[in-house]
Ligand binder design. Structure first.
Ligand code: BG6
Length: 293
């Protein structure tokens, strides 16, 4: 069940009451609620919902560039564009549709886009919600150019958390990471789960495909499953950077944490006609579940 009421947003509903809202602006998921109606994604109270800038929160898609290293605007143009509804997408595996509420979106470069990034592509995005409220996103990017091209990619995911100092991430221990706060210098994470007490902006490399974000206070754990996305970005702007962002409240860094499935260190290269697929699946479980299983 879904509806598009002329607002440029599509709402997916699960039979048990979970929902997800997807905006054609950016192909961005702007809300994901569990069956109790609780919002699971962070949106800034100062967010601006007007194109061309991406809304501060939800799940903006960073493509074809992550960050500001490259010729394009920070995090690429995909999150700033108006996507269309794809009424006739090429088939996916039947398990990607069965029992799910979903929407297919499409982004193709405009003449303007081709001036700054001269590579023709088709970017198909499926966002779906299972009966249990699991949110999944499938990105298929096809090269319809005569020449190969490369890109980096991230599902920037703004999780809503109760208090950042009570949150930890499991699954990134002992990995190497690039630290954006130190000119992308490479470091190795120690053996403990990751906790937060200052600004963090890192790209963890070659990570496992399941990562857990534990919110101790809410007794809730977000489980991130990914495929085709070797890296994980962890970002929290903390106090000083929060104050420098116009579309972000001074204290809001306490209520959010970005944990992004991504492909950054080794850009993806597509030959003419080739297609890449990157999948993200988000679920939420009570914290006790994780410690018992
Ligand atoms: C991080 C960057 O990944 O994203 C930061 O390293 C940046 O420098 C942050 O501030 C948010 O980016 P944006 O473009 O959404 O404001």
């Amino acid at each position: 069940t879904k509806d598009c009421n002329g607002t440029g947003q599509v709402v997916l509903h699960s039979p048990r009451g979970a929902s997800a809202r997807v905006s054609l602006h950016g192909g961005q998921v702007v809300s994901w609620r569990n069956d109790r109606g609780e919002e699971l994604l962070f949106t800034s109270s100062k967010a601006m919902f007007k194109p061309p800038k991406a809304m501060r929160g939800g799940i903006p898609i960073c493509f074809p560039q992550f960050g500001n290293r490259g010729s394009l605007e920070q995090h690429g143009f995909a999150r700033n564009k108006i996507w269309t509804i794809d009424d006739n997408p090429p088939p996916l595996h039947p398990s990607d549709s069965k029992g799910k509420s979903f929407i297919d979106l499409l982004l193709k470069p405009s003449e303007e886009d081709l001036k700054c990034w001269p590579h023709s592509f088709e970017f198909r995005l499926r966002v779906s919600l299972t009966a249990d409220g699991v949110l999944s996103m499938i990105s298929r990017i096809r090269n319809i150019n005569g020449k190969p091209f490369s890109f980096s990619f991230a599902y920037r995911t703004y999780f809503s958390v109760s208090d950042i100092s009570e949150v930890r991430i499991e699954g990134l221990e002992t990995l190497d990471y690039l630290d954006n706060l130190c000119q992308r210098e490479r470091f190795t994470e120690q053996g403990d789960a990751i906790t937060f007490e200052s600004e963090v902006d890192r790209v963890y490399l070659s990570s496992p495909n399941v990562i857990a974000v534990l919110d101790h206070e809410k007794k809730r754990t977000y489980v991130v499953r990914k495929e085709g996305l070797p890296d994980v970005v962890v970002w929290n702007p903390w106090e000083k950077k929060s104050k420098a962002m116009v579309d972000f409240g001074d204290e809001e860094y306490k209520q959010m944490l970005c944990v992004d499935g991504a492909a950054i260190e080794k850009p993806i290269t597509l030959r003419p006609g080739e297609e890449w697929t990157g999948r993200l699946e988000l679920s939420v479980v009570p914290s006790s579940y994780c410690s018992e299983h």
